[in-house]
Ligand binder design. Structure first.
Ligand code: ATP
Ligand code: MG
Length: 390
């Protein structure tokens, strides 16, 4: 991926930033040279992003100069996964009376904040996404950002008009922000769940579903039941949280969501990470044993797992054999056609090979179909058909 240019950074700026971070100037200089710390582009080039975790500063963290200091928007911390519910929950949340269970929605992670008066949407890696930023300004109650310039919304962008993770499963017509965390700038400290809920209700934001709080001792059973129900409607899973947000959350997902991830991964098998594929298969093994499944249930599981691997493979291989190219079709909906152009340039800079079709009017907005070309799987499959070795 193109991580941007090695730009010359003003030495005065390096000195100020080093002072703020408590690092040596050489270290900051080195971070820039390695592109571990890099600029966003164009009108957001004042916004710096950490491309790598540095001294416990989360990857995707962004910072910018404000007044005579800096302001930091912390990256969203990785949520660790429970492979089995029992005893993992008891061990991880040891000392808590109850844990809160929220739905884990399947879209893409976004932070929305007031950055020097502009409302910007930042991706997990710390890029200002022009599409998400337009949607945030159209969809969110912006009064929140005036009232709380020091708070950041952390949420999931879900629905079909989604260039990264399009899903029809939520009954959303276009795309919506579902908020799951509110955190402070600089410290990154999250609000307790009760405080979060109160603010989200007050400003009319959509929230991820809360399944309630469960006594730690029986949470594993309750969650297994919730996961089975979520699986039936192809929903992803849950995030289990300390109501005070002091202990780190854990996640746990349904078999259907593992399989749906595998379908996508094997469709584009040369793009997908090996770890991504393997871990989803291993999860199926642990879940069937923890849930004590009988032969009939087990058979259903392995049929589904096998299908989700082989079916997309067969489809991709056939398509290439028949001379078609492999691509993924996604769609965005914009208010201003210029947003689509900005988004196209943005994907180009990220090294994504995407073909934008002309905008189609839809009410007071425009729909744009995008073909994301999966060059690597395409070329690999083509080469194999031409007799290349693996
Ligand atoms: P995956 O989404 O497949 O778990 P990931 O690498 O993004 O991949 P994590 O680093 O564990 O996983 O982050 C958890 C993800 O879950 C984030 O992308 C976050 O946006 C999303 N998410 C969805 N719903 C919630 C929720 N209720 N609470 C916290 N995170 C949530
Ligand atoms: Mg996700």
């Amino acid at each position: 991926m193109n991580k941007g240019e090695n730009e010359v950074i003003d030495p005065g700026f390096v000195a100020r930033l080093a002072g703020f971070l408590g690092f040596d100037e050489e270290r900051v200089q080195h971070l820039f040279e390695k592109n571990y710390l890099a600029k966003n582009w164009g009108k957001h080039d004042y916004l710096f992003r950490f491309d790598k975790e540095i001294s416990r500063i989360e990857r995707g963290t962004v910072l910018y100069e404000k007044g005579d200091s800096f302001e930091v928007i912390m990256g969203f911390p990785k949520i660790r996964r429970a492979m089995v519910l029992d005893p993992t929950l008891k061990k991880h949340f040891n000392g808590l009376e109850k844990v809160a269970v929220e739905e884990k929605m399947n879209g893409y992670n976004v932070r929305v904040a007031n950055v020097k008066g502009d409302i910007v949407a930042i991706t997990r890696s710390g890029y200002v996404c022009p599409y998400t930023t337009e949607r945030a300004n159209v969809k969110l109650n912006l009064k929140f950002f005036d009232d709380f310039p020091n708070l950041v919304l952390y949420g999931e962008m879900v629905g079909p008009d989604n260039p990264y993770v399009p899903k029809e499963i939520y009954g959303i017509e276009s795309v919506e922000f579902y908020i799951f965390d509110i955190r402070e700038k600089n410290s990154g400290n999250p609000l307790p769940l009760s405080g979060k809920k109160k603010i989200l209700e007050e400003y009319g934001f959509l929230q991820v579903e809360s399944f309630g709080e469960f006594p730690l001792q029986t949470a594993a059973e309750e969650i297994a039941e919730i996961i089975r129900e979520l699986g039936k409607i192809e929903h992803e899973g849950v995030v289990i949280k300390d109501p005070d947000m002091v202990l780190a959350p854990l996640k746990y997902t349904s078999s259907q969501s593992n399989c749906s991830d595998l379908r996508h991964a094997f469709m584009f098998y040369n793009e997908a990470g090996r770890d991504f594929m393997l871990s989803r298969i291993v999860r199926e093994g642990f879940q069937t044993v923890e849930w004590n499944e009988n032969e009939a249930e087990f058979e259903k599981r392995y049929m589904q797992l096998g299908e989700s691997i082989l079916n997309p493979l067969r489809e991709s291989i056939r398509r290439v054999k028949n001379g078609q190219r492999l691509y993924e079709e996604v769609r965005i909906r914009v208010r201003n056609p210029r947003t689509a152009t900005e988004f196209e340039n943005y994907l180009k800079r990220l090294g994504v090979d995407a073909i934008f079709e002309p905008p189609q009017p839809a009410g007071n907005e425009y729909l744009i179909n995008i073909k994301k070309v999966n060059k690597s799987t395409n070329d690999k499959t083509q080469a194999i058909w031409e007799g290349e070795l693996w």
